[in-house]
Design a protein around this ligand. Structure first.
Ligand SMILES: Nc1ncnc2c1ncn2[C@@H]1O[C@H](COP(=O)(O)OP(=O)(O)OP(=O)(O)O)[C@@H](O)[C@H]1O
Ligand SMILES: [Mg+2]
Length: 256
């Protein structure tokens, strides 16, 4: 049961595509942290990326670093105080098979605005189809590269024709999201690709994510401004120029 009369409705969201390395995990963490620690929403992540469990592992690293490092300990304390005792969001180590049960259980125990699912890409199993059908929103990261385009659009078509069009899914919208955009502006190439995307009946989010080394920056002993963390939002200095803020606002507009 996803809704409970006394509770507000939670939205299930997945950054999802079959294309490996498209930015699913990174975007999940960045957006979840931004919503939870900056925007005042309550989120959770269900990590179904078996067996890597990259977000659960990231959370473990993040926690360990806070425990072992006075600088991050201070930062965590300052944030905890500023957010009036708000805790870090849960990251549930799960699998495609258990994902929905785990999320439903979580939502029975607490109130969440958004639950993000980091799902694997291979569409060859029933559990993934069921999990996707239970999402409210699917955001597929895409890059302006022929191979990535083909693979991602194929994925969108499969999800639309086999899941959305059955009328039995919860999916309210699917969007494509340009990730790893080279340079500050999208080039003409994007217009060509966007025409193809439109032709197929799909919509791209207006916000796009630039290609930048900051997307690999995590908590580290040098205490440089951090970007990708499950315990803190991306540092303001790095949010600037990353479009994470614009993307979050656009998603909130879509999801509300
Ligand atoms: N906008 C970006 N600019 C630069 N690097 C990026 C960007 N987005 C993601 N990356 C990097 O690309 C790599 C792949 O990203 P990520 O692990 O999030 O992809 P994924 O879709 O989850 O991959 P997988 O299919 O393996 O789960 C990571 O090293 C990440 O830091
Ligand atoms: Mg991943």
């Amino acid at each position: 049961m996803k809704t409970n009369e006394s509770k507000k409705e939670v939205q299930y969201v997945a950054f999802s595509t079959q294309k490996g390395g498209a930015g699913k995990t990174t975007l999940t963490v960045l957006i979840a942290s931004y919503l939870h620690y900056v925007k005042g929403y309550t989120v959770a992540i269900v990590d179904c990326d078996y067996p890597q469990h990259s977000i659960s592992e990231m959370r473990e690293r993040d926690f360990k670093m806070v425990a072992d490092d006075e600088y991050y300990k201070g930062m965590a304390y300052e944030q905890f105080t500023r957010l009036e005792g708000k805790k870090a969001y849960p990251v549930i180590e799960s699998s495609t098979e258990k994902a929905l049960n785990d999320a439903d259980e979580l939502c029975e125990q607490g109130e969440y605005d958004f639950v993000f699912f980091d799902l694997p890409g291979t569409m060859n199993n029933r559990d993934l189809v069921l999990a996707l059908a239970s999402m409210d929103y699917i955001i597929a990261p895409i890059a302006a590269d022929r191979v990535v385009m083909e693979s991602t659009l194929n994925y969108m078509i499969v999800v639309r024709d086999n899941i959305v069009n059955t009328g039995k899914s919860n999916i309210k919208a699917m969007r494509l999201l340009w990730n790893m955009v080279d340079g500050r502006e999208k080039s003409e190439l994007y217009e060509v690709y966007e025409a193809v995307i439109k032709e197929l009946g799909f919509t791209t989010l207006e916000s796009f994510i630039p290609d930048s080394t900051r997307f690999r920056r995590e908590q580290s002993i040098n205490h440089k401004a951090l970007f990708r963390s499950t315990l803190f939002p991306a540092d303001k200095s790095l949010v600037k120029g990353s479009n994470i803020d614009a993307l979050t606002d656009e998603l909130l507009e879509l999801l509300k």
